[in-house]
Write a protein that binds this ligand. Sequence first.
Ligand code: ADP
Ligand code: ZN
Ligand code: ZN
Length: 725
Amino acid sequence: MQIIRVALDVPVNTIFDYVVPNAITPQVGVRVQVPFGRKMVIGIILEVVTHSSFSKEKLKTVKYIFNDIPALPESLLDLFKFCSEYYQYPLGGVVMHALPTRLRTSRPFIEKPQMKSQFCITNKGKLVDSSVISKRSLVKLRLLALFKESRTIHLSEIKQISAGAVKVLKEFLDVGWVVEFSPKLKIENDVPLILREEQATVVNEIAKELKQFNTWLLYGITGSGKTEIYMRLIALQLLEGRQTLVLIPEINLTPQLEAVFRARFPTTSIISIHSGLSPSERTKGWLQALYGTAKIILGTRLSVFTPISNLGLIIVDEEQDNSFKQQSGLCYSARDLAVFRAKYTNIPVILGSATPSLESYYNAIKNRYRMLRLYSRAADNASLPVIQCIDTRVVRVREGLSDSLIASLEKRIKLKQQSLIFINRRGFAPVLMCKSCTWTATCSRCASRLVVHLKDKNLCCHYCGYKKQIPSSCPECGDQDIVPFGQGTQRIESALKVRFPDARILRIDHDSMRRKAAWRKILEEIHGQRVDILVGTQILAKGHNFPNLGLVGVLNSDASLYSTDFRSAENLFSQLIQVAGRAGRASIAGDVLIQTKFPNHPLYQALRQHDYENLARMILAERRVANFPPYVYQALLRAEAPKLSTALNFLSHVMSLADPGKNIEMFDPVPAQLARLKGMDRAHLLIQSASRMELQKFLAVWRIKLTKISTRKIRWSLDIDPVEF
Ligand code: ADP
Ligand code: ZN
Ligand code: ZN
């Protein structure tokens, strides 16, 4: 009897057995339609076996086996299994999470991705000695000869050679002798830069072991030319006909990097996969990766699950970025999954950063990762910016801006250089406060404070989207003296406008960043020198090159020094290094001014010296003493209920069901940092252990008990390696 074991999107952590008629040969990694309860559902075959633990009578028969797309690679199925076990999430849910929605329906996918109509030879193809091809393979010989003498060949010409020529073309594509050529692409004459010595060392080190698993931590200061290194290694992959997966944190960074890659590899098919795509766009890209036609796959965290038939290399840029971690549902870390995926595929993975996450840095110290360093800026004349603190206990500050910062802004405007005012998000948002009774406007659905939007004259909850009008007087005491409090981007913008009436000031907020078209316009404004002062949050800090930027001013960063979140110092440092890195990229010597009440704080001291490692070691020492990650492994059980007591009671109850053993520590249930969200109260309990394995074992057993409790009023989820509390 043929049995297939199928992953289905049901909230049960098991896979399901179905009978397959003998006339059909089922294949692992293929989509099927099967009966489940009274419905028909879509699943993926994970195993083909001959026995089932269920009796033959109980087993149902598969309804339909799809052959519209190739089977998913086995290494990807291994990744799904790992992901399910590690993140304590049902396997079917993991598989379906990864599958584009279009492929989760029972409609077969008919449109094959279209072959682009032009092809051209690669360097690898040029080097092929035609004597290695059998004399009888006339079509092969003719096609290769044709490619060698012409730059691009049209598909119609290839079809004219013979009926079998298209098949041969596919073979050539597979071995990387030819590539698709898209005439739509603008070919810029982008010649690779001459590598600096330290860049060359890095490329050589990794190139030496290009065909085996290794986790490389590429720790290079901002502007040290990591992108050039990525492109050199991608080029080596392309020569072999292998694909590269590049993970990046932000959607808005995708077009920029995509453009750089396209300029360098004009004849290569590059796709980008992110949540901003329509379902059909996503499916198309996904299939191009699966068919092997897309050679460079660029994407945000979700793209770590893209099926890639001939994957040769994974790159995770800005690996420290928290957006690689999904915060709800399947709480995976795309960076960590990338490492496991590379391991299963036996290929190298590169984690790149100017401020590695402490987890990765620690792994490098422990020799689990191999660290490669870049110490200096790559571009000629580019130097690191000078970072200084403005002691706001001494200097006069008006409307959030110190006199020294104003003077520096003035100087840069005279020099016709751009400045960036960076406002740390934590506590940046202006809230409405009554001066006489200190009442503040809060959201009636969440516990969070409402943010004042002066332009729209309303108050808005940044967590749940709730909006209301600004009241004319205090609802508590009736006083009319209610004012926005805190330094929002809008308030700073207004203050700057008053101070510099002739300057062109551009504020960048979340809304303007989200719209892709708007963002492109903003970049054009900046690069076209039509902006003097930029005002914005950390979103501005990431990955962009602003060649004419001379000054960066940092406001409000102190809030993160003494936060309850043990990761906030690490995050602040990385953010400030990144934002400082925007300055002094080209020939302009950059200045970074940080307004602070604690200029002697070790974090600012390390920052002034651009000394991440020193700070990292210091924070690690603190973490060791405090028993925090990376010295322990953590998991968080989150619960949400209409009432806080319900959530807390639930957590206490499940805690009493646990049998943690002596190497597992469980803490008491507490309300979450943001105790109320979208009308639900939130609480969690923390579990940690020095042994990842023991923690995993414990969670697996405990989770089964959890799934058996009736939880009508409660939603719970497990977050492994949580980064937000
Ligand atoms: P990172 O990603 O490490 O912050 P980038 O890759 O953005 O740095 O490189 C910073 C700048 O240095 C870019 O403008 C890039 O073109 C330039 N650059 C990189 N490598 C070289 C090189 N070998 N010679 C000259 N310029 C370089
Ligand atoms: Zn709210
Ligand atoms: Zn009041």
